[in-house]
Design a protein around this ligand. Structure first.
Ligand code: PLP
Length: 419
């Protein structure tokens, strides 16, 4: 791996490089240990043992039993399984799903597809910092609600949702209505590296994980499903994973996920502190050196590694390409949106005006980010912005911007967090 390129990589929320220790554990299963875990002879038993070992590490981190975790091909698939699987298995109990407007598309698109099957989806809005109001969820709950799906931390802005509070509301609702639904799902793909993922402490019934966000391999994820909850598969085949997600298991990827989870747990507290200090340094540096910048996301309740800013009078994509020329990798929004020039639906949900959304950049830090990485970025970024502002077609004359003047352009007229 090119270390310089890694040092200047600021897109960990999109994907993280495979940790060499994880690769080391995976290697045998990409080579001589090629057995099928469903077979009874030694090669098969070795593969089965490898799955069990990985599951043990994951379940220890989640504080759940081995029957409560299902390996999937990605967090996208785990989200799909949570939404489609719970809704379809429990449709005799009700047809309502509550989610938020800033969920990952893996949840939102799955919910929308259920509308064609007669489900009613309520998308709760967020405030200007990207926070869901638990009272709004409480207000939307009724006895026909089968699923509530609210992400733990957002991938674009890093805002952390009050998961425990929402879980309490749902538990109390179930108790007073003497029913076992709705079930509560959270997508923790971005949270695993930094936040508590003990499912009992969180009070969630389902939780999604992704391998490549935690320095594990791509193409593997998983779903925690609380014991006894009915979930309907959408993949059919043999009896692997109790028939919920059949198909011969991807042993190397599963071993990698297990190792990555264990490592993430081990260094969580230390990395949280280290990375937050670097992110704050970056935030302060940008505040000092670039005028007309606003922060997207909650000023405090956010992941320690994400900084999303909107820079007026530039296009995020142009900045991304310029920074790339210096070896710096950043993103303009979520990884999934970077192929399209559609404005980010997450930033739209915060009520940001278009001219700010187009100038948004997401910096996400990780294990290889160092002080020098941040300082180099702080050297290059202000010059880049200055140059882009000189040539940008969106750098209009002040008079042309009348109809988008601040703060009226922000929903509710609330003042944005200027950096
Ligand atoms: N959920 C969240 C919050 C994410 O950030 C991502 C990745 O961008 C996903 C789900 C999808 O993960 P995967 O690439 O494993 O399908």
């Amino acid at each position: 791996m090119e270390t310089d390129r890694l040092k200047l990589y600021f897109d960990y929320a999109s994907t993280a490089p495979l940790d060499p220790r994880v690769l080391g554990k995976m290697r045998p299963y990409l080579g001589r240990e090629f057995g099928n875990p469903s077979n009874l002879y030694k090669l098969g038993r070795n593969a089965k043992r490898a799955i069990d070992g990985a599951k043990e590490k994951i379940c220890a981190a989640l504080n759940c039993g081995p029957q409560e975790f299902i390996f999937t091909g990605s967090a996208t698939e785990a989200d799909n399984l949570a939404v489609l699987g719970i809704a379809r298995a429990n449709k005799h109990l009700g047809n309502k799903i509550i989610t938020s407007a800033i969920e990952h598309k893996a949840v939102l698109a799955a919910c929308r597809s259920l509308e064609e099957e007669g489900f009613k989806v309520v998308e709760i809005g967020v405030d200007k910092d990207g926070l869901v109001n638990p009272k709004e969820i409480a207000g939307a709950l009724d006895d026909k609600t089968v699923l509530v799906s609210i992400m733990y931390a957002n991938n674009e802005i890093g805002t952390i949702q009050p998961i425990k509070e929402i879980a309490d509301i749902i538990r109390n609702f179930r108790k007073s209505n003497k029913q076992e639904h709705p079930y509560f799902h959270t997508d923790a793909s971005q949270a695993v590296n930094y936040l508590d993922i003990d499912v009992k402490r969180l009070g969630v019934d389902l939780l999604t994980l992704s391998g490549h966000k935690i320095y594990g391999p791509k193409g593997v994820g998983g779903l925690y499903v609380h014991k006894g909850i009915r979930i309907k598969p959408f993949v059919f085949g043999g009896g692997q994973q109790a028939g919920i997600r059949p198909g011969t298991e991807n042993i190397a990827a599963i071993v990698g996920l297990g190792e990555a989870m264990m490592l993430a747990e081990k260094i969580k507290r230390k990395e949280y502190k280290r990375i937050k200090a670097l992110r704050d340094r970056l935030e302060r540096g940008i505040r000092r050196s670039i005028p007309k910048v606003i922060l997207n996301g909650h000023p405090e309740l956010k992941l320690p590694n994400i900084l999303n800013v909107s820079i007026l009078d530039i296009e995020g994509e142009s900045a991304l390409l310029r920074l790339d020329e210096f070896g710096i990798s950043v993103n303009t929004g979520s990884a999934c949106n970077s192929q399209s020039l559609e404005p980010s639906y997450v930033l739209m949900a915060l009520g940001r005006p278009y001219e700010y959304i187009h100038g948004s950049l997401r910096f996400s830090l990780g294990r290889y980010t160092a002080k020098e990485s941040v300082d180099y970025l702080l050297k290059i970024l202000p010059e880049t912005v200055k140059k882009l502002r000189q040539i940008s077609p969106v750098n209009l004359n002040p008079g042309d911007k009348k109809e988008m003047s601040l703060p009226q352009a922000f929903v509710g007229g609330q003042t944005p967090h200027f950096l």
